[in-house]
Design a protein around this ligand. Structure first.
Ligand SMILES: Nc1ncnc2c1ncn2[C@@H]1O[C@H](COP(=O)(O)OP(=O)(O)OP(=O)(O)O)[C@@H](O)[C@H]1O
Ligand SMILES: [Mg+2]
Length: 270
C-alpha cells in the first residue's frame, strides 16, 4: 500500500537558524489514526506543518498522496490535508462561527447546497450548530478549538491533523474530542499531536515519538508505552492503567484497557 504521507530524510531549519527537524523518515498509512507525541519543542508542530505544505523541507522531501509538496500549491494541498492549529487564535478570523467554518470550503469552490451541508455537518459533528451565530473570539477555549476543527472538517480533506486537540480542555471537552476522533476515523486518515497519553492509548493505531528534532520511535501504542527509557527522556508517562499494570509483579507491561487489566489481575492472583 502506498503511504498517504511519506517524509524522506527531512531536515528543516527556521529562518531564525533553529533546526527543528533532523533527518525524519516516516510513512503514514491511509485510514489509520497516528499520534505524534514528544516533549515540548521536539518538533511535532513543525513536522505536521510539512504535511499540508505550510512549511517545505530545507532538505529531503515530503510526498502527499505520492506528490512532492513542493510541486503542489497550498490550495491543492489543503484539499488533501487539513491542519487544525495548536492555538485556535492563530486560525480564527471571521466574526461569526458559521462564516468561519464556511471560509475554507468556499475557497475550495464549494457552492450552494454543497457548501451549506458541509458547514452544517461539520458544526453538528462538533456539537456547535446552535452556536453558529456567535463570535468565535467570544467563546471559551474548548469551543474555539471545536470551531477550528469544524472549519477543517467542512473542507472534507482526506487527512485531518489535530494539533493538541485536548489542550486546555476540561474532562467533558476531552471526552468530546475522543468521540469526534472516533467519528472522523471512519472517513479520514487522522493525525493527532497530543500530550494526553490516555487519549493516545484509546484512539491511536500508531505512535510516533519525537525527541530533539528526531523521530525516536514508531510503532503501536502498546509497544510505545513499554519504552520507559524513551518516555522518560521525553517527560511522558504511560496511561494510568498501563502504569498500574507495570507496578504489579508478573503482569505484562503493555496493558492498555481496564478489561485487560482485570483479566491479567485475575491470572496473576490465581
Ligand atoms: N517560527 C519559528 N521560528 C524559529 N524557531 C521556531 C519557530 N517555531 C518553532 N520554533 C522552534 O522549533 C523547535 C520545534 O518547535 P515545534 O513548535 O515544532 O515543537 P513542538 O514539539 O510542537 O512543541 P510543543 O509541544 O511546545 O507544541 C523549537 O525549538 C521551537 O522553539
Ligand atoms: Mg506544537
Amino acid at each position: 500500500m502506498t503511504p498517504i504521507i511519506k517524509a524522506s530524510k527531512v531536515t528543516f531549519t527556521y529562518p531564525a537558524k533553529v533546526t527543528a527537524l533532523r533527518d525524519i523518515n516516516l510513512e503514514l498509512n491511509e485510514d489509520e489514526v497516528t499520534a505524534i507525541i514528544g516533549q515540548n519543542g521536539s518538533g511535532k508542530t513543525t513536522l505536521v506543518k510539512h504535511f499540508n505544505g505550510l512549511l517545505k523541507p530545507t532538505k529531503g522531501e515530503v510526498l502527499v498522496e505520492g506528490k512532492d509538496t513542493r510541486d503542489l500549491t497550498t490550495a491543492q494541498l489543503s484539499k488533501i490535508v487539513g491542519y487544525v492549529f495548536q492555538d485556535p487564535d492563530d486560525q480564527l478570523f471571521m466574526s461569526k462561527v458559521y462564516e468561519e467554518v464556511a471560509f475554507g470550503p468556499k475557497n475550495l469552490g464549494f457552492k450552494g447546497k454543497e457548501l451549506k451541508s458541509s458547514v452544517k455537518n461539520a458544526l453538528k459533528m462538533v456539537g456547535l450548530w446552535e452556536s453558529r451565530k456567535k463570535h468565535p473570539l467570544d467563546m471559551n477555549l474548548n469551543d474555539k478549538k471545536l470551531v477550528t476543527m469544524a472549519s477543517i472538517i467542512a473542507m472534507k480533506p482526506d487527512v485531518i491533523i489535530l494539533d493538541e486537540p485536548t489542550n486546555g480542555q476540561d474532562h467533558q471537552g476531552i471526552v468530546k474530542v475522543e468521540s469526534l476522533i472516533n467519528k472522523l476515523r471512519k472517513e479520514h486518515t487522522v493525525i493527532i499531536i497530543s500530550h494526553n497519553m490516555e487519549l493516545v492509548s484509546k484512539v491511536a493505531d500508531r505512535v510516533v515519538m519525537m525527541y530533539d528534532s528526531r523521530v525516536i520511535f514508531e510503532g503501536s501504542p502498546k509497544k510505545a508505552f513499554t519504552k520507559k527509557k524513551l518516555l522518560n527522556k521525553t517527560y511522558l508517562k504511560p496511561p494510568l492503567i498501563t502504569q498500574l499494570g507495570q507496578g504489579v509483579k508478573g503482569m505484562p507491561s503493555d496493558v492498555l484497557t481496564i478489561n485487560e487489566l482485570v483479566k491479567e489481575l485475575q491470572k496473576v492472583s490465581k
